[in-house]
Design a protein around this ligand. Structure first.
Ligand code: MD6
Ligand code: FE
Length: 217
């Protein structure tokens, strides 16, 4: 006779943590379809390689970035913006793969945001020492749409602040497979990423990859 140890215990796909009203971490949410996600990611970065963009102030960002989807996020001396063409290759950004879209939509719906249709996926690559300073995501047209953020590879400390830059951020560890969903009253909170530590992830090596899905246009 076999015994089901989990009988009567609710089987949820992930553990959920609320950071504040409107911001939620779904632990391990991206693990289910991970092989497909990594295959799609390799195809994207072959077509639109990671690059370290310039800030409007003329500094080289420590995080390397690329995009997929109809709109891609860019930074250069003229400012931050979304654009349909990759400024390095002159070509449209790679299409957003079905597995990316499905993951983003399922995570948003699970956090209570129905009908999320992202048209932009910013892909960030952190190598040891790379960091992202406190910022708000406000280049998008419609702040009623959430942001879905997928963490892969090495763990990092996410800084989750308030609506003013001076508000002291809390530290949120994000690890391989975690998905943060961010919208409603949390949509314009300041946030950033602490410098990545040295280490080695079994699938992705010494780097952290973050996918952030947005409705930009
Ligand atoms: C990162 N993420 O985790 C950078 N923005 O590498 C973000 O800047 C971000 O994770 C808005 C909402 C969620 C995020
Ligand atoms: Fe952000």
């Amino acid at each position: 006779m076999t015994m089901n140890l989990f009988e009567g215990i609710e089987q949820d796909r992930t553990w959920r943590e609320e950071l504040c009203p409107g911001a939620l971490v779904l632990r391990g949410f991206a693990l289910e379809n991970l092989a497909h996600i990594l295959t799609a990611l390799s195809a994207i970065t072959a077509q639109a390689p990671f690059r370290q963009m310039l800030t409007p102030g003329g500094f080289r960002m420590s995080v390397a970035m690329t995009n997929c989807g109809a709109c891609g996020w860019l930074s250069d001396r003229t400012g931050y913006r979304y654009a349909g063409l990759d400024s390095e290759t002159g070509q449209p950004w790679p299409r957003m793969p079905e597995v990316f879209l499905a993951l983003a939509q399922e995570a948003a719906a699970s956090a209570g945001f129905q009908n999320f249709v992202p048209d932009a996926c910013l892909i960030n690559r952190y190598q040891p020492g790379a960091r992202l300073s406190l910022h708000q995501d406000k280049n998008e047209r419609d702040f009623d749409q959430p942001i879905v953020s997928v963490s892969l590879g090495m763990p990092a400390v996410f800084l989750f602040g308030g609506v003013r830059r001076e508000d002291k951020p809390t530290r949120v560890p994000l690890t391989h497979g975690d998905v943060a969903v961010w919208g409603g009253p949390a949509r314009l909170r300041y946030h950033g990423v602490m410098p990545l530590k040295e280490g080695c992830h079994p699938l992705l090596g010494g780097q952290r990859i973050n996918l952030t899905f947005r409705k930009a246009a």
